[in-house]
Design a protein around this ligand. Structure first.
Ligand SMILES: Cc1cc2nc3c(=O)[nH]c(=O)nc-3n(C[C@H](O)[C@H](O)[C@H](O)COP(=O)(O)OP(=O)(O)OC[C@H]3O[C@@H](n4cnc5c(N)ncnc54)[C@H](O)[C@@H]3O)c2cc1C
Length: 394
C-alpha cells in the first residue's frame, strides 16, 4: 500500500461520511471537520426532536427571480442532513447504510388512503431500522479524528491544497482536502478560497406543500415515520406527509415536487459583506407548467372520497394555477430540499476541482446531473467514487 496521506474531510454528512470511511479503510489518516453538534449520529427517528437538539441550520435563499429571501434548511453536524431528513432511499446501498421497505402497519391513514386509490403510489425504502434513524455516519466517530469547527477556506500553495482555515482562524495542514460541506456551503468555501465557481448549475426539485387539517382523532400524532408513501409521476413525485409538525393542529400534507427540472441558478458571495447570495431561479421555461400539472394531480388525490373523509373540508379549487404555484414556491421554506450541482462546472471526474491539485468535492454540490429523485443515493455513490480515485492515486 502507498504511504498514508493526511486527509481532511470537511463535513460529516452523507458525502463526508462515505468518503471518510473509505479513505480510512484504504489506510489513510483522516480528520473530519464537523460543525457542532459533533456527537455520534442521532438515534431518534423523530424529525421534530432532531430540530430541538440544534441540528437544523438554514441559509437565506431566493427561490424564484424577484422573490423574497426564505430559509433553506440543512442538517448541521454529525450525519449532516441525514440527521434531519425523511430517510427515504430510492435504492438500497447496503455497504453505506441499512435500509428496508416500510411495513404496511407503519403506513398512516392519509398515506393508506392514497396508496389504495392511486395506482402510481407505492411504499418507500427507509434507513430506519428497529425504531432508530440510521445514517452513513453511524459509528464513524470511532474511526476518524474529529475536529469541531467551521471551515472558512482551503489553503492553497502553488496550485495545491495545503490545508484548511477554520472560522476561528485555526489552521490545519493536510496533503489532501475533500470538501463535503453540502450543496450550498461547499461552493461558498471554494469562493472564499479564491476558486471561482463556474456557471449556472445550482439545481433543486421545486415543490409545493398542500397542508391538510386532519379531522379529530385521526393520525397526524407524530407517529413514526413521516413519509411512507410516494406517487411517482412522469415529471416528479407526490409525497404524503403524515405530520407536518404543526403543534396546534393535526396536519398532514401532500408535497408535489418536480424531479426533472431544467431551471438552474447560482451560489455567490456578497463582495461587501461576504454573506451567501443564493438564487435558485426555479420555475423557468416549462418547469412552471410541469409543476402545475403535478399540483393538479395532488389536488385530485385530495378530492378522493377516502382522503376527503380524513380531512377538514377544504376548497381545493383554491389550490393550483400558475400564480398560486409561483407564490408558494417563492415565499415558503421548502420541506423537499434536494439542492445539488452548484459545483458541476467547477469539478471534473471524481469531484476533482479543475486547475487545483489535491482538492476534491464529495457532496451534493458536485453531482454532474440533476438527481432524479431522493439524492442521498447519488451523493453516496459520488463520494464512493471520489474515495476510490484518491485511494488509487496513492
Ligand atoms: C428536510 C430535508 C429532507 C430531506 N429528505 C431526503 C430524503 O428523504 N431522501 C434523500 O435522499 N434526501 C433527502 N434530503 C436531501 C439529502 O439529505 C441531501 O441531499 C444529502 O444529505 C446531501 O449530502 P451532502 O453530503 O451533500 O450534505 P449534508 O448531508 O447536508 O452534509 C453537509 C455537512 O457539512 C457540514 N458543514 C457545512 N458547512 C461546513 C463548514 N463550513 N465547515 C465544516 N462543516 C460544514 C454540515 O454540518 C454537515 O455535516 C433531504 C434534505 C432535507 C434538508
Amino acid at each position: 500500500m502507498a504511504a498514508a496521506r493526511r486527509i481532511i474531510v470537511v463535513g460529516a454528512g452523507v458525502g463526508g461520511a462515505v468518503v471518510a470511511r473509505r479513505l480510512v479503510a484504504a489506510g489513510h489518516q483522516v480528520t473530519v471537520i464537523a460543525e457542532t453538534p459533533v456527537t455520534a449520529a442521532p438515534t431518534s427517528v423523530d424529525l421534530h426532536e432532531a430540530s430541538t437538539v440544534d441540528r437544523v441550520a438554514s441559509t437565506p435563499v431566493q427561490r424564484i427571480v424577484g422573490g423574497p429571501l426564505v430559509p433553506y434548511p440543512r442538517g448541521r453536524g454529525w450525519a449532516g442532513s441525514a440527521a434531519i431528513n425523511a430517510m427515504v432511499w430510492d435504492r438500497p446501498m447496503d455497504d453505506v447504510v441499512p435500509t428496508r421497505m416500510v411495513d404496511t402497519a407503519e403506513i398512516g391513514p392519509v398515506s393508506a388512503a392514497v396508496l389504495a386509490a392511486d395506482p402510481l403510489a407505492a411504499p418507500v425504502r427507509l434507513s430506519a431500522i428497529d425504531g432508530l434513524r440510521r445514517t452513513p455516519a453511524d459509528d464513524l466517530v470511532d474511526t476518524v479524528s474529529v475536529v469541531a469547527g467551521e471551515v472558512s477556506r482551503v489553503l492553497i500553495d502553488a496550485g495545491s491544497a495545503a490545508g484548511v482555515e477554520l472560522a476561528d482562524a485555526q489552521v490545519l495542514e493536510a496533503d489532501q482536502v475533500v470538501l463535503a460541506a453540502g450543496a450550498l456551503a461547499t461552493p461558498l468555501i471554494l469562493l472564499r478560497s479564491g476558486v471561482p465557481v463556474w456557471g449556472r448549475h445550482l439545481v433543486d426539485h421545486p415543490s409545493v406543500t398542500i397542508p391538510l387539517a386532519l379531522r379529530d382523532g385521526r393520525g397526524g400524532d407524530g407517529a413514526f415515520p413521516v413519509v411512507t408513501v410516494e406517487s411517482r409521476r412522469r415529471d416528479g413525485r407526490i409525497l404524503v406527509v403524515e405530520d407536518l409538525g404543526d403543534p396546534h393542529h393535526r396536519t398532514a400534507g401532500l408535497v408535489a415536487a418536480l424531479t426533472s427540472p431544467t431551471s438552474a441558478g447560482t451560489v455567490g458571495l456578497d463582495p461587501e459583506t461576504d454573506a451567501p447570495v443564493v438564487a435558485f431561479d426555479l420555475l423557468r421555461g416549462d418547469d412552471l407548467h410541469r409543476l402545475c400539472t403535478l399540483v393538479d394531480a395532488a389536488r385530485a388525490l385530495i378530492d378522493l372520497p377516502d382522503v376527503a373523509a380524513l380531512i377538514d373540508d377544504i376548497d381545493s379549487s383554491m389550490i393550483g394555477g400558475a400564480d398560486w404555484v409561483m407564490h408558494q414556491v417563492a415565499t415558503t421554506s421548502p420541506v423537499y430540499c434536494h439542492a445539488a450541482s452548484a459545483c458541476a462546472g467547477t469539478v471534473g471526474r471524481h469531484g476533482r476541482v479543475r486547475g487545483l491539485a489535491n482538492v476534491a468535492v464529495a457532496d451534493a454540490s458536485a453531482l454532474l446531473a440533476t438527481p432524479a429523485g431522493n439524492p442521498m443515493v447519488d451523493v453516496a455513490q459520488h463520494a464512493a467514487g471520489v474515495a476510490a480515485a484518491i485511494a488509487a492515486a496513492g
